[in-house]
Ligand binder design. Structure first.
Ligand SMILES: NC(=O)c1ccc[n+]([C@@H]2O[C@H](COP(=O)([O-])OP(=O)(O)OC[C@H]3O[C@@H](n4cnc5c(N)ncnc54)[C@H](O)[C@@H]3O)[C@@H](O)[C@H]2O)c1
Length: 252
């Protein structure tokens, strides 16, 4: 059975541990050691106090569910230790130079970097953008003021621009825009709205190109323990992990 190392034992980490089916979590690491220990106690895995010890553990793959900074700090070491990497904090891959470097390392080490669909749907087919092109690609995200740390009384546009610019302004809310840009190979026009009347994180994707046009609206149920994270995001990692062991894979 596939053995996983879990880098980040917060909301998503807990959901993964609670739903570990078809894989085991052999190693846990979190900046807050108690979080790693708490999860390790509930499984047969080991909680490590330092990243260096964690990355040496005998696992096949590391799932990052921590932060953009954790991706920047640790992705290279994970690949160099001979493990594949699942990146949940896709914002950590926003920088083109950093991404190119990781790609080179992954190629040299014969490792893979997997990016789950996360909080959206449709990334599978939107990849056609890399072949046939997409002329217009808009991501309109709407979140409650609380999940953006704002206080506003009416629907308000808080950001409009490119995905890599959004990363600077709203580092915790850009994963979807970067994932969309990486999947399609196309510049994404990002709009971030806040609306006191919404109780879900809403992502609308509008795409138009030689293939035709598409409109997707995903209304995400927030995770019970962290309203900024969609339950769908945790489910998408579970699906990815399950597919890794499957001989027939649908919709990649
Ligand atoms: N791709 C997507 O669509 C998508 C969707 C939801 C969340 N995310 C991202 O996934 C990540 C995890 O989300 P979450 O809801 O579990 O967050 P969370 O805040 O509940 O948990 C993150 C955990 O990681 C730990 N951590 C942070 N930096 C670390 C580091 N450098 N080394 C070790 N541990 C570290 C924290 O202490 C915390 O326990 C976040 O970065 C979030 O933005 C991505």
């Amino acid at each position: 059975m596939m053995r996983i190392g879990l880098l980040g034992c917060g909301n998503i980490g807990n959901l993964l541990a609670a739903n570990a089916d078809g894989f085991t979590i052999g190693a846990f690491y979190d900046l807050v050691p108690e979080r790693a220990h708490r999860l390790a106690k509930r499984s047969e895995g080991v909680a490590f106090e330092t990243f260096e010890a964690f990355v040496d553990a005998e696992v096949d793959l590391v799932v990052e569910a921590a932060s953009n900074l954790a991706v920047r700090a640790h992705a290279e070491a994970v690949l160099r230790s001979g493990k594949d990497l699942v990146v949940m904090s896709v914002g950590g891959l926003a920088d083109r130079t950093f991404r190119a470097r990781l790609r080179e390392i992954a190629l040299a080490e014969r490792r893979k970097i997997y990016i789950p669909s996360g909080a959206v749907m449709g990334l599978d087919n939107l990849k056609v953008g890399r072949i046939g092109g997409i002329d217009t690609l808009v991501l309109r995200t709407t979140k409650s003021p609380a999940s953006l740390g704002l206080e506003v009384g009416e629907r308000t546009l808080v950001f409009r621009g490119r995905a890599d610019e959004c990363v600077q302004a709203y580092p915790k809310n850009v994963n979807v825009s970067i994932a969309l840009a990486l999947a399609t190979g196309v510049e994404v026009q990002v709009e971030l709205w806040t609306d006191p009347d919404v109780d879900r994180n809403i992502h609308e994707i509008l795409a138009e190109g030689p293939f035709g046009d598409a409109y997707l609206r995903i209304r995400n149920v927030p995770s019970p323990d962290n309203p900024a994270t969609s339950y769908l995001a945790a489910l998408s990692i579970l699906v990815l992990l399950r597919d890794l062991g499957e001989p027939i894979v649908v919709g990649t």
